[in-house]
Structure formats: C-alpha cells, structure tokens
Design a protein around this ligand. Structure first.
Ligand code: FE2
Length: 386
C-alpha cells in the first residue's frame, strides 16, 4: 500500500508540535506582543530543547509562526537555465574537479567545485547536469556557512522560491524548508509505530501548479551512518515501460493534492501557511532542457487518474507506484557527509528519506527549492522513431 501523506509529511519536515502541546500554549517569551497587536503564536525548536541545543547550526533550527499566512501562488513564467547550457560543462566541472557516477543511469558525485563561486554560465550548466544525471552530490561546500540570504540568492537564480505551506523555517527566511529529526528513541518509536518502513517515495509539492525543478538540499547534522536520501530516476522508470503502456499513459492526467498534508499538519498542531491546493498534471511530462519524458506520478501526492473510475485509477496507480518503488536498477542513494549539497531535478525524480539509524544522532538539513514550469507533455513517439 502506498504511504500516506501523513507519512510523507513526517519525512519532509521537522517533527511537528507534540500532541500534548496545544497550539495556543506558546510561551510568553516566544511571542511578539505590542500594545495594539495580539501576541504572535510562535514555536521554536530551540525552546523545546531547553534553550540550548547540540545542533551545529542553531540559526537553522525550525521556527513555526502560526500567524504567518501567505496568499495563493500566482502563475509566473519560468525560464529554465538548463535550456541551451553548454553540454561540455566547462564552467562547472573546472580543472581539478572530479565527477563520478553513483550508478550508470542515475546520480553523480562531484568534488573540486565550489557551487557558491559559479558564474552564470556555470549555474546554467549545473541545471543541465542535474537534469541529465537527475541528482548530483557536491562535496566540501561552503553553503551551510554562507549567510542565509546568500544561499537564497544563489538558489533564486534557478526560479521563484517556493514557500512550503506546512514547514518550519529559520526566523525571517520562510523560503527555507527544514528537514529535522532529533533522532531520539521516542521519536523513532513513534515514527515506526504504524509502519514497517520509512520509505515514502514522493516528488516535492507536486500538487502546486508549477512544481519545483532544480532543488538544493544541504546538511548541518547527520548520523555518522544512516539517514541517506534515496532517489528514483523517473525518466528511466518511464523508459522501462512497454510501448503499449507508454502510449496509453500519454494524454492522461493525474490529480495531485496538498489537502491531506495540510490536514495532517492541522491535526498535529503544526502550521498551515497557505491554503492547500490540488492540480492536474500530465502523467508523462517532458523536461525542457533534455527533452526526456518522465513518469510524473508519486505515491505521496498523486490521488487519482482523471477520467478513470476509482478501481481503474487505483489499480493503474498501484502498478506505477510499485514499479517506481522496486526499481533499484533505476534508483540511487546519497550518503550525507558534512558540507555536502545535493542538487536534484524534482521534475524527473522522486525521493525518500531513509530513517535507519538508532544512535540518537540528529538529522538536520535545509532545502531551497525554486519552482519551475507547469508540467508539459509532448506527444508519444513510437520506439522506432525515437
Ligand atoms: Fe521531499
């Protein structure tokens, strides 16, 4: 059975407020009261750790502002920087750098490149490289140590920043999405109480009209072993299908929903910063820079196939989810290390955190996730013509 959105939510964001702490029970010190405005309801992770923390980057610990509300997202024109980028990558993979494939089809690791120092041409080539390899881990980066504004300026080159509807964020930087687990036994016991595995494949916020593309995730604290992020190559998942099934999937749309994620956040006393939305997207989308077709359904947010009856939709989606989940020959996983930045293309991948450590270590990361184009489908091309 596909994991629920509630489970995805747990994977994606900091543990939401403990059930026994009602939303209104915000400490006096955590509010911003003035004579003519009611106190803001704010919850800070650092307060829950007693005011001191072992987190290496405390300014990146999540803050939840219950009164922070954002208007519905407006359409915008996305310019994909991978389109027309130099495929020799000469401004990205500079002298002294090294790129190694994690698996033949999916994922690479790069050393000897400092992302924050890239020229515009280098950033364009980064977008193309990531579209081609689907996910690239860059080691020894200064990203986590940059002022948050500088990290956001870098990410903003690739598109309009997405503000996550149910995420905590560093104070004053709502565009940063935080992934945080303290790693305590109680937290893990709670997590596994109703599930066998932590694997929950999803493409981030695919319910948006213009879901994110080139995505940056950088690490602050990570278990010495464990807590990897797994990725599946949705282009290869599409390629493995028979011509008959590929042809059938073309022209179909699926409904993606953010409603359950918002409901889960509400239920757990978390924030909902923007009203949830649903959107229909083509089941096969084409990447603007590579022209590759990718399967664009994920068990986290896809709910149904438009025009199919429930049993038909459930059966076809169940097959596609199983196909995506079992394809270790088109998946890869990234092992985190201090100063690693992982860049993936959210349009052509799905991913899952792997909650497999029991050492009590913290796992703390930040995501910068520019939005991309509204998913586009191009016509089915028979194998003989492809
Ligand atoms: Fe995610």
């Amino acid at each position: 059975m596909a994991p629920s959105v509630a489970e995805i939510q747990q994977e994606q964001v900091a543990p939401v407020v403990a059930k026994q702490v009602p939303v209104v029970a915000v400490p006096e010190a955590a509010t911003e009261a003035s004579a003519d405005a009611p106190a803001r309801r704010v919850r800070r992770q650092i307060d829950e750790e007693g005011g001191t923390t072992t987190a290496k980057y405390p300014h990146y610990l999540p803050v939840y502002d219950y009164d922070q509300k954002y208007a519905p997202l407006e359409p915008f024109e996305h310019v994909d920087h991978g389109v027309g980028a130099d495929p020799t990558f000469k401004d990205l993979l500079v002298e002294g750098s090294k790129i190694t494939k994690l698996t033949p089809a999916t994922g690479s690791e790069v050393t000897g490149v400092q992302l924050s120092q890239l020229s515009a041409a280098g950033k364009d080539q980064l977008a193309l490289l990531v579209a081609q390899r689907k996910v690239v881990a860059f080691r020894d980066q200064d990203f986590a140590d940059l002022p948050i504004k500088d990290a956001l300026d870098f990410g903003g080159y690739f598109g309009r920043h997405h503000i996550h509807p149910t995420s905590g964020a560093p104070e004053g930087y709502p565009e940063i999405h935080l992934v945080h687990r303290v790693g305590s036994k109680g937290e893990l016991d709670n997590f596994f109480a109703g599930r066998n595995s932590s694997v929950a494949w999803h493409s981030d916020v695919s319910y948006e009209a213009q879901p994110p593309g080139t995505t940056f995730l950088y690490v602050f604290d990570t278990p010495e072993t464990g807590g990897d992020t797994a990725f599946v190559n949705q282009v290869e998942a599409y390629n493995r299908l028979s011509p008959a099934l590929k042809q059938r999937l073309h022209g179909l749309k699926a409904l993606h929903s953010g409603i359950e994620q918002a409901e889960f956040s509400h239920k757990r006393g978390g924030v909902v910063r923007r009203e949830p939305v649903t959107h229909e997207h083509p089941i096969v989308r084409t990447h603007p820079a590579t022209g590759e077709k990718a399967l664009y359904v994920n068990s986290g947010f896809t709910r149904s196939i438009v025009g199919f009856k429930k049993e038909e939709s459930d059966a076809l989606l169940a097959f596609l989810y199983a196909h995506i989940a079992r394809g270790i020959d088109y998946q890869t996983r990234v092992r985190w290390a201090p100063k690693t930045v992982v860049v993936w293309d959210n349009r052509v991948t799905a991913h899952s955190a792997v909650v497999d450590w029991t050492t009590g270590e913290r796992r703390h990361l930040a995501r910068i996730q520019p939005q991309a184009e509204r998913p586009v489908e191009t016509p089915y091309v028979p194998e003989t013509e492809a």
